[in-house]
Design a protein around this ligand. Structure first.
Ligand SMILES: Nc1ncnc2c1ncn2[C@@H]1O[C@H](COP(=O)(O)OP(=O)(O)O)[C@@H](O)[C@H]1O
Ligand SMILES: [Mg+2]
Length: 360
């Protein structure tokens, strides 16, 4: 089976690493000459709106998926005429726009931060008056790794901020004084079968994920699965869907969803019976889903800007290096390490070792 992937970054690369043993082949559509997934399959180097290349991709593959949610809606609509695309155009339409996403949470009775649609500075002033400060202003589309958003703490922060974010459609959200951030990686097959991985505790720095630790019997697991189940059903979703939640007042508020494999699920490559990458491929290919059970105690640390010396990373016991083969650049995710240990005490000690390497 040949899978077409829109986007040729590290998520596409890791999908191919997981799918190759299943006998799958891959083609990636990505305009970047140095797309890092290209090492693992065919690279169609073209813009996402290039209909000749989209048609070529559709002709070559059995089905299409994507590794980022900002794929233009027209691209998905065009491809869908010729080849099955999973997740669906509708799932993508909702997940790529923070207003549609939060409105869906609200309609499904899933708690979220207070939010308002912002089309002008006047909208922003009015929304700040009703939601209050602190608050977070985010562009409705295209934001990632904390980009395209600003925390507003004082009246001075509000002035002129709509223009500062580019005078594009935004969402204002109440600032959530969370006690923690957790994510749930869910997967749903073409036949409606659903599986969930254990909740992951995430630590961000400047809006970018640094550390994920997989939990055991988290008290909010059932609640998170209940919320996620509603969304999966509503969207008739196929593939991996990631949910980010704020932990607050002993409950959860939904922050966002990502219609793809997710950074906070990278630990599953070594830390679960079947990884999020393999399960995404199984789901879209109509194959039986694999076990999401945890194997040992796991964590994932991102390498941002640069990867520490390979020999030092892999010298740490229980540590697995994932090097994306991308050019090093400040603020860019260029690799990660997963740790899979026998117990929590060992895991915590090894996290400190990897952190020391990152800081050194
Ligand atoms: N309403 C909020 N209240 C408090 N912190 C927030 C809020 N929204 C975002 N953040 C912080 O910023 C991070 C990135 O925001 P998020 O909406 O997840 O955007 P991205 O698409 O960049 O991941 C979150 O993981 C969280 O740490
Ligand atoms: Mg996020």
């Amino acid at each position: 089976m040949k899978i077409g992937v829109i986007g040729g970054g590290q998520l596409g690369r890791m999908l191919a690493l997981a799918g190759t043993p299943l006998g799958m082949n891959f083609a990636f559509l990505d305009p970047a000459p140095d797309a890092c997934a290209a090492a693992l399959g065919e690279h169609l180097r073209a813009d996402y709106g290039d209909q000749d290349h989209l048609r070529q991709l559709a002709d070559e593959v059995d089905l299409v998926t994507f590794e980022f949610e900002s794929v233009p809606a027209e691209t998905v609509a065009f491809l869908s005429q010729f080849v099955p695309v999973y997740p669906s155009a509708e799932a993508l339409r909702i997940a790529r726009d923070r207003w549609f996403e939060k409105s869906m949470f609200k309609d499904l009775g899933i708690p979220t931060p207070a939010f308002a649609d912002i089309q002008s500075q006047a909208d922003l002033d009015a929304a700040v008056a009703s939601i209050g400060l602190p608050a977070v202003l985010k562009t409705r589309t295209l934001g990632y790794d904390g980009k395209g958003q600003k925390v507003l703490r004082t009246a001075a922060d509000v002035e002129g901020t709509f223009a500062e974010l580019g005078s594009v459609a935004c969402l204002l959200e109440g600032f959530v004084p969370f006690t923690g951030e957790v994510s749930l990686i869910a997967v749903r097959g073409r036949d409606g079968e659903v599986c969930f991985y254990p909740l992951v505790h995430n630590t961000h720095d400047n809006g970018i994920l640094r550390l994920s630790v997989a939990s055991t019997a988290h008290p909010l697991q059932a609640l998170a699965e209940d919320y996620a189940g509603r969304v999966l059903k509503q969207l008739d979703y196929v593939g991996v869907l990631a949910f980010e939640f704020f932990e607050v007042d002993g409950g959860l508020k939904a922050n966002e969803i990502a219609p793809r494999v997710h950074n906070s699920g990278h630990w599953t490559t070594e830390g679960a019976e079947c990884s999020q990458f393999e399960n995404h491929l199984r789901a879209i290919a109509g194959l039986p889903l694999g076990s999401t059970a945890k194997v040992g105690e796991s964590a994932m640390l991102n390498f941002i800007g640069s990867v520490p010396p390979v020999e030092q990373v892999i010298a740490i016991a229980d540590c697995h290096l994932h090097h994306y083969g991308k050019a090093f650049k400040n603020g860019r995710k260029v690799g990660h390490a997963t740790l899979r240990c026998a117990d929590q005490a060992t895991l915590q000690a090894q996290i400190l070792r990897v952190e020391a390497l990152i800081e050194g």
